[in-house]
Structure formats: structure tokens, C-alpha cells
Design a protein around this ligand. Structure first.
Ligand code: SF4
Ligand code: SF4
Length: 124
């Protein structure tokens, strides 16, 4: 079961998780062309080895340990993580569309600053 990046990453996007991932399955990295346009980062579900190293590295607790552990109102982002592929414009567009729809559908949650958003997940 892969780890899942959720909405506190939006706006934060600091790539601390990328630096600790042993299998380079979190994209886009800062040195990849897609970084500027990506709203958040994504974990490739088939490449993630479930090591857990990214979780304590994330300053905003955006990463959940599995789809099951991901709160119901974040489950749309499971698909975004699964779809995103560097170098595939269509896949990137589809993943980013899911993120945009997520932001639009969660105005109260997204109004909370990124560093405080995960703590608020339980209330939504
Ligand atoms: S759980 Fe491990 S392998 Fe999976 S994204 Fe996090 S650091 Fe990478
Ligand atoms: S460490 Fe957290 S906020 Fe930073 S890029 Fe990774 S998931 Fe996003």
C-alpha cells in the first residue's frame, strides 16, 4: 500500500520528502521541469516501498501511510498521486485537474494555512 501526499503539500511543496526517499518515487523534484507548474508533489504508487521515511520529513504532515489511512475528504488525491507521471503532459494535466477540483470543493479547509491544515483534517 503506497504512501499518499495530501493537501497540506499544496503551497508548501518544499521537497523535504524527496530528499529522504530512497527510491526517488516522489515527483516532481526541484530539478525537474515539471516542478514549477505542479501544485503539489505526488508519490508513484508502484515505486513506493512503504519505508515511511518521508512522513517525519514532511514539515506539514501531508503524507498518509496508505490509502486506507487517508481521510475520506482527501481520497480524491489518492488518484492524483496514482496518475501523475513526469514527462507525460496528459497525466500531469489529469492529476492537476483533480487537485484543482479538490481545492475548489474544500474552501474552508484550504483557507487554513498549510502548516495547520493536517491538524484540521479530523474536523472535515
Ligand atoms: S514511504 Fe518511503 S518509498 Fe514511499 S514515498 Fe515515502 S520515502 Fe519514498
Ligand atoms: S515534505 Fe511534505 S510539503 Fe514538502 S513536498 Fe513533501 S509532501 Fe509536500
Amino acid at each position: 500500500m503506497p504512501f499518499i501526499i495530501t493537501d497540506p503539500c499544496i503551497e508548501t511543496k518544499d521537497t523535504a520528502c524527496v530528499d529522504v526517499c530512497p527510491v526517488d518515487c516522489i515527483h516532481p523534484r526541484k530539478d525537474e521541469a515539471e516542478f514549477a507548474q505542479a501544485t503539489m508533489l505526488y508519490i508513484h504508487p508502484e515505486e513506493c516501498i512503504d519505508c515511511g521515511a518521508c512522513v517525519p520529513a514532511c514539515p506539514v504532515a501531508a503524507i498518509y501511510e496508505s490509502p486506507d489511512a487517508t481521510p475520506a475528504h482527501q481520497k480524491d488525491l489518492i488518484e492524483a498521486n496514482a496518475i501523475y507521471r513526469n514527462g507525460d503532459a496528459d497525466a500531469i494535466a489529469r492529476a492537476e485537474e483533480i487537485v484543482k477540483a479538490h481545492v475548489a470543493s474544500q474552501p474552508e479547509l484550504m483557507a487554513i494555512p498549510g502548516p495547520e491544515r493536517q491538524a484540521a483534517h479530523a474536523r472535515f
